[in-house]
Design a protein around this ligand. Sequence first.
Ligand code: AMP
Length: 396
Amino acid sequence: MLTMDTYSFANKKALIRVDMNVPQDEGGSVTDDTRLRAILPTVNKVLADGGSAILMSHLGRPKGKVVPTMSLAPVSECLSELLGRPVIQATDCVGSDAQTKAAALKPGEVLVLENLRFHPEEEAGDPVFSEQLASLGDVYVNDAFGTAHRAHASTTIVARSFPNDKLFGMLLQSEVDSLTKVLDKPERPLLAIVGGSKVSSKLDVLRNLLDRCDELIVGGGMANTFVKALGGNTGASLVEEDLLDTASAVVKAAEEKGVKLHLPSDAVVADAFNESANTDQCAANAVPDGWMALDIGPESITAFREVILRARTILWNGPMGVFEMTPFQQGTIAIAKAIAESTRNGAFSLVGGGDSVAAVNRFGLADQVSYVSTGGGAMLEYLEGKVLPGIAAVRG
Ligand code: AMP
């Protein structure tokens, strides 16, 4: 496989799928440029080699129609500032304007194509549309992990037109490297921490992780289903009644596979789902009627911290409680801090999934873990053991 480090982009036009799907205010100004900064290493490498960059991305959900408020033009302006050089904007991603501007592109120049999802062919993975995109560049680079689980034209199908010139960008490469480090070549013990609201959305993740990890912590709302399946009283907590047998089966599978499964032993409970509810603490399996477990309790924090400190590789997906509300954020903060501490002691830690990433950012711990993934859905599918089409297309 080709790599960014060794490939020379000199005099080449690199067609790069990036993720410029950034949040904007009503006037179109970018309110968080994290995703733009994340693509700079790849773009700068292409330009430093003496190549030019043609960037393609989606923005929002225009559903196959031109929606002027979802134009990438304001985002390109922000990118231009970050790059410290002008950026040329095409009025469409295919067609004569894109073709003319791509053909005229000189080494060191950057062209941003208009929102890919203005065309229904993008999400449909249309081969003709893919070829139109492909005709603009000499080499294809995929640097968008967040859409790597979609077989869209720009993320997957377009790669077919570049059998000998396709590679991962630096961001996507580092995502793949971190996930490989955790799932395929972990230093042991490997600990997975899975939280969040529902078992149903992470069942395949749990199943796949049971085959790989040495220890598994289940926290957050989904732990209630396990606690109830084991005979506990969960009061008015979020429980998926239809998954009680499934939860029991996961507990049994963990035993059979020799995976140490850790569930919360105590909980912070509330008499309503809001910040001003009355709160209390109790055993996780003895939640009073009408009360709900909204965070892990202090005993669980101590126990989980010990497990985290003895792990050499840590994967974290999903908060331990309703961390958006102050009274129920202590569990998530404590787990994030313990992961940071374990990382300082030499463990490799990967945090992924929208809410755990939001949590480490919110609590100022993002730079204290080894890697923070940029992909929510893509990361989950990877953890489920699926082959992501965007990754397979570049490898294949
Ligand atoms: P997910 O998207 O599945 O990772 O779930 C994240 C959401 O789970 C967050 O919005 C949390 O507020 C929510 N959550 C975490 N713990 C609980 C809990 N004990 N009860 C209800 N919701 C929870």
